[in-house]
Design a protein around this ligand. Structure first.
Ligand code: COA
Length: 224
């Protein structure tokens, strides 16, 4: 397991100061408007501060991953890619997991959340499950990511750290509580059974049903 070093921590702290400053500015502005100490005013200020902080954080994170993308493949120790990963990991372990893993965002808004976090998401695709490292994922249109499923484009195996794209075609259903590991490709019209484990680098063709632990090809699905 890699440790986040002092320099990435300082960089992360500098980036974090942006949403913190925005929240402070909002607080100063709001408390001059909602001066009466009523419960409603208190609630409005707290809710506004939380929204400002997390919205600012998402914007800063998006800006960061656009400017400093983590390269696909293995990350060598001491590399620039590992440095970017450490800063990104600090965002995730401290804040983004709170939103993504705990499903605070209502399902109809999840596509917007994952798009901000870097995923490519087609029309009418929604997420009841969790997508880690969204910048390494692509989803076509009409995809159902089932309740409690998880998509993990990173490989953390002892000292090994790598990221591989997970690509999901159109009209795919990922069953509830399925786990999709790094490098997987799921063709259009396909389905992954509930509670299945799709191992690393699996290629599922178009209109195929896969299920089980590890997931295996079950049968072809109708094309209409
Ligand atoms: C995979 C699935 C689509 C199969 O449904 P089906 O077409 O009716 O197929 P069957 O139930 O006849 O099962 C076909 C074979 O797959 C196996 N199978 C079915 N679901 C499985 C699963 N989740 N894990 C492992 N094996 C599974 C069956 O045991 C059967 O094996 P057999 O032929 O050796 O007896 C369905 O079981 C499933 O998991 N749907 C996911 C729904 C879901 O979670 N949606 C998202 C909600 S948020």
């Amino acid at each position: 397991m890699r440790l986040i070093g002092p320099l990435p921590t300082i960089c992360f702290g500098t980036l974090l100061s942006i949403p913190v400053s925005l929240t402070w500015a909002f607080y100063a502005f709001a408390s001059s408007w909602f001066v009466e100490p009523t419960p409603m005013n208190f609630f409005m200020i707290i809710a506004g501060c939380c929204f400002t902080f997390f919205f600012g954080l998402l914007c800063v994170y998006r800006f960061f991953i656009s400017c400093c993308p983590i390269p696909e493949g293995d990350l060598q120790e001491g590399s620039r890619g590992e440095f970017y990963w450490m800063i990104s990991a600090a965002f995730w372990v401290l804040f983004l997991n709170l939103i993504v893993v705990n499903h605070i965002i209502p399902v109809p808004m999840t596509r917007i959340l994952y798009k901000i976090l870097g995923a490519r998401v087609g029309k009418n695709t929604y997420f009841s499950g969790t997508v880690l490292d969204p910048q390494f994922t692509t989803f076509g249109s009409n995809v159902v990511v089932g309740l409690g499923s998880i998509i993990i484009p990173h490989v953390i195996e002892g000292k090994r750290l790598a990221h591989f794209q997970v690509q999901v075609g159109d009209n795919v259903t990922i069953g509830a509580q399925a786990t999709i590991l790094a490098g997987t490709k799921i063709g259009s019209g396909s389905m992954v059974g509930a509670m299945s484990l799709v191992p690393k680098n699996t290629v599922i063709g178009d209109y195929e049903l896969w299920a089980g632990v590890p997931a295996k090809f079950i049968r072809k699905l109708p094309t209409i």
